[in-house]
Design a protein around this ligand. Structure first.
Ligand code: NAD
Length: 486
């Protein structure tokens, strides 16, 4: 049986308290291993190691040397691709077919993308005329922020964690990562890779545990953490924001969503169906950018609902290693309880269940796993809880609309504002509607197509701040103005 230890100052360490918790595979609820739970002592040690590393060889390294080292980390993840793939799929139950295309390659790429931005992006410079008839030269100089706490979720564990760690390290910071308690494996494996690549001790640290009164809270409340970057639920983001207010620490929050998709009658139906199948059901619906509300223009409403239903019927559920499988279980039995409670609520709120709505019979070997049926509803009122609250499961509600104005109003009628998807072949409509979406990201005729140089983040209750490209550099560095009197 595996043991998941903390990674502190370049070494794997058990908890002094010997407190551990189980890591179970959601495919069949089998025990993967025991995870050490960090107390205050382990978090203190990790933060102290990260702080000391800023003054050690890492702090003295040139930008070019750091970038070379991070390129090596990306290459080494790809060399150990199969180990990362197996670990991620065991923790999450997601199909290897998906993780081998998204989680692991993108997780590795995050160590390269930001190095290029850092190397190529200039800072500002201004020449100022001074009263003595001479002048002064001002220029911006970036310095690392210091010790960054990275608190990450379970849905795309490696990818979302390196999305923060990549730019943080490229900018010269050190990190203490608190991965989700559900998915400790790949963050731990990355510790081995850091050592193999010669990343100095203390630059990358991992502490395992839960949120409140555990590793998450101890880390985000730690006075020697200089900035916090968080991905997870909005309610958790609020708690972390309060912790960050002590000592005025900078914070980046990437939180929940209840993302709309607008399907206009002038869309290419094949593209819209293919895209909505992915945005609603990939990763068992556990993608923050996923679609849970679909608004379809009335003339094509029935055809769209029927075709999406056929798409769901063709999904193959099964074990991650089966190359035919495109749909795995939810991440845990606990999360399935939450999703099932919304399935029941949908029935109570008067939904017409087009397909799904329950727990599938997967046979004796898999029935203990966190399996769930992909589900489509129609007919719910706009104020139904199922239409307004983030479920984070493989389900969507489809509602007809008659005018562009109505569709925009429906899409924006939410406290969330992460992403929106628009399906139309009319480019004037595409940009007109996109500009009116109250969200951080809009896709037109695509979904989850990411250029890492662009801004990523949410509006309203979906987050604060932007990361990606130059936005990551702005978060992970302090820009100092240097004024030289000439
Ligand atoms: P979560 O908020 O429950 O947990 C996220 C992380 O925060 C975990 O590591 C957890 O242990 C930690 N945590 C929990 N309580 C804490 C506390 N009081 N103090 C410090 N740390 C604490 O979220 P989750 O269930 O792991 O992930 C699903 C959520 O994440 C969904 O709402 C989803 O929309 C969101 N998400 C957002 C994005 C984005 O980019 N906007 C991406 C992925 C997931």
């Amino acid at each position: 049986m595996k043991e998941f230890k903390h990674f502190i100052n370049g070494e794997f360490a058990a908890s002094a308290s010997e407190r551990t918790f189980e890591n179970r595979c959601p495919v069949d609820n089998s025990l993967i291993g025991m995870v050490h739970e960090a107390g205050q002592a382990e978090v203190n040690a990790a933060v102290a190691a990260a702080q000391a590393a800023l003054d050690g060889p890492w702090g003295k390294m040139s930008q070019a040397e750091r970038i070379k080292l991070l390129d090596r980390v990306a290459a080494r993840i790809n060399e150990r691709f199969d180990e990362f793939l197996k670990a991620e799929c065991l923790d999450t139950g997601k199909p290897e077919k998906i993780a081998s295309h998204i989680d692991i390659p993108r997780g590795a790429a995050n160590f390269k993308a930001f190095s290029e931005t850092l190397a190529n992006h200039p800072t500002e410079a201004f020449k100022l005329d001074t009263p003595d008839g001479k002048s002064a030269l001002n220029y911006g100089h970036r310095t690392p922020k210091g010790v960054i706490a990275v608190v990450s979720p379970w849905n795309l564990p490696l990818l979302l964690m390196t999305w923060k760690v990549g730019p943080a390290l490229a900018c010269g910071n050190t990190v203490v990562v608190k991965p989700s308690e559900e998915t400790p494996a790949t963050a731990t494996l990355l510790g081995e890779v850091m050592n193999e690549c010669g990343v100095p001790a203390g630059v990358y640290n991992v502490v395992h545990g839960f949120g409140p009164e555990s590793a998450g809270a101890y880390l985000t409340e730690h006075k020697d953490v200089d900035a916090i970057t968080f991905t997870g639920e909005t309610r958790t983001g609020e708690i972390i924001m309060r912790a960050a207010s002590v000592g005025l620490r900078n914070i980046s929050l990437e939180c929940g969503g209840k993302n709309p998709s607008l399907v206009f009658a002038d869309c290419d139906m094949d593209k819209a169906i293919e895209g909505t199948m992915r945005s609603a059901f990939v990763n068992c619906g556990q993608v923050c950018l996923g679609t849970e509300r679909v608004y379809v223009e009335r003339p094509i409403f029935d055809a769209f609902v029927n075709r999406l239903k056929h798409g769901v019927e063709s999904l193959k559920l099964g074990r991650p290693e089966d190359p035919e499988v495109d749909f795995g279980p939810l991440v845990s039995l606990e999360h399935r309880d939450k999703v099932v409670s919304y399935y029941k609520l949908a029935a109570e709120e008067g939904a017409n269940v087009v397909i799904g709505g329950g727990i599938p019979d997967m046979g004796p070997e898999l029935n203990d796993g966190a399996w769930i049926e992909p589900t489509i509803w129609t007919g719910l009122p706009d104020d139904a809880r199922v239409v307004n609250e983030e479920i984070f499961g493989p389900c969507c509600h489809i509602r007809p609309f008659d005018t562009e104005e109505e569709a925009i109003a429906l899409a924006n009628d939410t406290r969330y504002g992460l992403s929106a998807t628009i399906w139309t072949e009319n480019s004037a409509r595409a940009s007109r509607v996109a500009e009116q979406m109250e969200v951080g990201l809009v896709w037109v005729n695509s979904w989850f197509l990411r250029d890492l140089r662009t801004a990523f983040g949410g509006a309203k209750e979906s987050g604060i701040g932007r990361e990606g490209g130059i936005h990551s550099l702005e978060f992970y560095t302090e820009t100092k103005n240097i004024c030289i009197k000439l």
